[in-house]
Design a binder for this molecule. Structure first.
Ligand code: MN9
Length: 289
């Protein structure tokens, strides 16, 4: 049976920083804002959370902050991918101890691993935790494009609960979700949420969900109510924001949009840079909800 608690709209939570590390008060404020907006869960410690720019200790603090803040209200998926298998296994054990509902991971970053290595990595991760493991398939960043058969082989590993699918090969998404009706599939590109839902995704995980949760939920809710045209209208509304954010840089832009919306979430960590005045002006003109 598909785990309904894992389905739905899950912002890929952004991280706020201060001079001491994770700004736990601001992180708690954003998680509460998103819970109040009605999202179903949070995906914590992924690329949208600047995990590549954080230490493992900071990542643990981040997850603990989220669990304390909204762990009783929302499904929390902990992204545990790092540059090393040992580091990811350590974060997976920590996530389980903290009460996360699932763990997710890209393969260890930087090298372009082959299929045998990718599969081995997920076997190790699945053996380390009793939580469901959500594979993170993002070929444009990992450099490894897996075939439908190869994805199916990885999904067959015991304990693998589903996949975050960041690709526009919706034929492949439909084939694997039909082959694994009990597993959970998430669309990974915000700008193509409706396309992913139409191919059978059970929900979506995305960065811009942090800043426009209501519009994204409207896409999902309309689609679930069999209103594909309504869903497309909301997707078009979301895409006006996404197109601008992509132009100026997703994470710095989303942090600015949060600030304009009344939650000063600070700046991204270096080497990200503050936005230009021109970008700030363009983003300030957007209607974001
Ligand atoms: O988590 C995000 N992907 C990455 C998903 O960070 C690589 C997406 O939400 C994108 O930021 C978004 C903009 O292209 O779709």
């Amino acid at each position: 049976m598909k785990d309904k608690a894992l389905c739905g709209i899950m912002p890929a939570l952004m991280t706020a920083f201060n001079e001491n590390g994770v700004d736990t008060a601001r992180v708690a404020a954003l998680t509460k804002y998103l819970a109040d907006a009605g999202v179903h869960g949070l995906y914590v410690g992924g690329s949208s959370g600047e995990m590549i720019l954080m230490t493992e200790d900071e990542r643990k603090t981040l997850l603990e902050t989220v669990m304390d803040s909204v762990g009783d209200r929302l499904t929390v998926i902990a992204h545990v991918g790092t540059t090393s298998t040992a580091g990811s296994l350590e974060l997976a054990r920590h996530a389980e101890k903290c009460g996360a509902k699932a763990v997710s991971s890209v393969t260890p970053l930087y090298y372009k691993y082959g299929f045998r290595e990718v599969k081995h990595y997920y076997e190790r991760l699945a053996a380390e935790t009793s939580l469901p493991v959500i594979i993170y398939n993002i070929p444009v960043l990992t450099g490894t494009t897996l075939s439908t058969d190869q994805l199916a082989e990885i999904l067959s590993i015991p304990n693998v609960g589903g996949m975050k699918f960041t690709s526009s090969d919706f034929f492949q998404l439909e084939r694997i979700r039909s082959a694994f009706p009990d597993k959970v599939f998430y669309n990974g590109s915000d700008e193509m949420l409706l396309s992913g839902l139409a191919a059978g995704a059970d929900g979506g995980i995305g960065s811009t969900y942090n800043v426009q949760p209501r519009t994204i939920l409207a896409v999902y809710n309309a689609y679930m109510a069999n209103d594909a045209h309504g869903a497309l209208a909301y997707q078009a509304k979301a895409n006006q924001v996404i197109a601008e954010v992509l132009k100026y840089g997703v994470l710095p832009s989303c942090k600015l949009l949060l600030k304009l919306n009344g939650l000063d979430y600070g700046e991204c960590r270096e080497p990200f840079m503050p936005l230009s005045p021109e970008a700030e002006k363009a983003l300030a003109a957007l209607k974001v909800e």
